[in-house]
Design a protein around this ligand. Structure first.
Ligand SMILES: [Zn+2]
Length: 579
């Protein structure tokens, strides 16, 4: 009897769930049963089971409904009550450079001055005298002491090795590095800071002088070596549940590399690649037009594997190096930490207002979406002011312009973002790592507008969650940590790495945090109809996780592990932990 009625039941079920014609009737390739399928659909509905056919979600529903979609070749996975969420999307990171960052030497995870100096000592034991010891993306704000090491401290641990602590916009070198680079106290370059009284070099170096350091060129890698390193990096992202990434800074070459990898079916994550425009040198409407015309395609060009993102510029520096463009001077504390001598210094801004107007107008004319790295309050305001002006020439609303980082959002900025439909591409890792340093340098008043997740969400600004992963491979120890569960926990609890809770009224709900890493990021790349939630017809990108993110104790959110990652309907990662 059962056999006789089974096909009939199947037809009835199909008509309810997917309404295919009888001719196209099909069984599921993969069915996940007995779980909590957190769909992240409009109602945030949770179901027991989900079925996948080919690379798409076939249906979501009860166990019995999904069981009825199984054929003899269907693979069935019993979730034993585990939670499934949509494949995670990181809105801003740098996979290409991150993948190469530890090929040669492991970058240390240091939290104190002692750990930093110990690491340098350990390197002197392994490498020959005269070999450079370089720490990329070293931010003194992240040490407990919140200061740079002194020249004497660096010299004491590395008298015979040149040391360079590279903080992107500034850094420290030791006497050996100074000597080997042929720099003396008489060197007139303003990139080398001198002691006001004695006139001797302090070891502090600005990025403008980085090129004067006599560092041996890095080993050239072949295309294959780069590709392999990138594939390894993508695997690490998959282990955290990522199935899509927005690569923050790219160019025609990186886009081509991703496209070639997609053709060879090597990619284990979908890539959206932003395209960088120059923010130095002579910038005119004509020069920008010429550059944009060189970029094949436009925002959204490509397919579900590799897509072109927004045009991007670097508008200012960063908050960890005292180079973010602020409304008020950075102040005394920043002075000693970042080598700032001008009391009126407010950070750096790379473009004049007119240059920015020209760039954004061209992007808008050619129908690109536009985004900018803007890390300080004043650069956010400048950018929004320019967006506003360009919007009056030709509307930008609906074009999903965004601000990368932002960090400090005044009420006026938030209001403008809502009016213009500008998204906030934010990095909770910075809140987790850097709130104390920002409070100490800029004062507690500024912290009230630092990452105001609740105010922005309530106002209607879409928050896109990203890591800004730059270097180091470990999900939690990297700069910046890319573990999405740590980031979501940060947004929900407003707790920092140092254990302090800041403005809990600015926290968002678990559902909102999950949206920031799924459907919101699908919106940011105009892909909300194909991914970002577990709904019939969407791409089958899903993650099985170790705990129920919606109901587990709050502190467990950051401990959640990815047990299985499904991309395009295929299991691409399974954790060694059984479930
Ligand atoms: Zn970045």
């Amino acid at each position: 009897m059962k056999l006789k009625y089974a096909p009939l039941l199947l037809i009835m079920l199909f008509s309810v769930i997917t309404q295919p014609s009888c001719k196209s009737m099909k069984y599921a390739d993969l069915i996940l049963l007995n779980g909590k399928i957190v769909t992240v659909n409009k109602e945030f509905a949770v179901f027991d089971a989900v079925a996948v056919a080919d690379n798409k979600i076939m249906a979501v529903g009860t166990n019995s409904e999904m069981r009825k979609l199984s054929g003899i070749n269907s693979k069935i996975i019993d979730l034993h009550g585990r939670t499934v969420i949509p494949g995670l999307i990181d809105s801003h990171l740098h996979p290409e450079s991150a993948s190469l960052s530890e090929l040669e030497t492991e970058i240390p995870d240091v939290h104190t001055m002692e750990q930093l100096l110990n690491w340098i000592t350990s390197r002197t034991h392994i490498t020959g005298k005269g070999s450079w010891i370089i720490f990329p993306k070293f931010f003194p704000t992240r040490l407990t002491e919140m200061r740079q090491p002194t020249l004497a401290e660096l010299d004491s641990v590395a008298p015979d090795h040149p040391v360079f602590l590279n903080g992107s916009f500034g850094g420290m070198i030791n006497s050996r590095a100074i000597h080997l680079s042929g720099i003396t106290a008489k060197t007139a370059d303003p990139g080398f800071l001198k002691d006001k009284k004695s006139g001797s070099l302090t070891g502090f170096i600005r990025s403008s002088a980085f090129e004067l350091l006599k560092i041996p060129p890095v080993k050239k890698l072949s295309a294959d070596e780069k590709e392999n390193a990138l594939l390894e990096m993508l695997k690490r992202y998959n282990e955290c549940g990522f199935t899509s990434l927005v690569s923050g800074t790219g160019n025609p070459e990186s886009l081509k590399m991703y496209r070639e990898m997609a053709v060879k079916k090597m990619l284990t994550a979908r890539i959206c690649q932003n395209m960088l425009l120059p923010s130095i040198g002579k910038i005119t409407k004509e020069s920008v037009t010429e550059r944009v015309k060189q970029y094949a395609g436009v925002t959204t060009s490509g397919d579900e594997w590799v897509r072109t993102g927004s045009l991007k510029v670097f508008l200012d520096g960063g908050i960890l190096t005292g180079t973010a463009y602020m409304k008020e001077p950075w102040g005394m504390k920043a002075g000693s930490m970042f080598g700032i001598e001008d009391p009126g210094y407010r950070g750096i801004v790379n473009l004049t207002r007119q240059e920015l107007v020209d760039i954004v107008s061209v992007a808008n004319e050619f129908n690109w979406s536009f985004t900018a790295h803007a890390t300080g309050e004043a650069s956010v305001e400048l950018l929004l002011d320019v967006f506003d002006e360009v919007n009056r020439q030709k509307p930008i609303t609906g074009r999903r312009f965004s601000i990368i980082h932002g960090n400090f959002f005044s009420n006026e900025s938030i209001k403008k973002m809502v009016e213009l439909g500008v998204y906030a591409n934010m990095q909770p890792a910075w809140f987790y790592k850097d709130t104390e340093a920002m409070e100490s340098i800029l004062g507690s008043e500024k912290i009230k507008i630092f990452h105001p997740y609740r105010t922005m969400t309530d106002a209607g600004v879409m928050i896109n969650g990203g890591s800004d992963h730059m270097v180091k491979w470990d999900a939690n120890a990297s700069i910046n940590p890319y573990n999405p569960f740590l980031a979501m926990w940060t947004m929900v609890t407003r707790t920092t790495e140092r254990g302090n809770k800041y403005l809990p009224s600015e926290s968002i709900t678990r559902e909102e945090a999950l949206k920031a890493y799924t459907i919101n990021n699908a919106f940011a790349t105009f892909e909300e109809s194909i991914k970002g939630s577990i709904e019939s017809g969407k791409l089958a990108d899903m993650v099985v996780i170790s705990d129920d993110i919606l109901t587990c104790p709050e502190n467990n959110i950051k401990e959640i592990k990815c047990l299985m990652t499904i991309l395009d309907g295929k299991v691409i990662y399974t954790s060694p932990v059984n479930f």
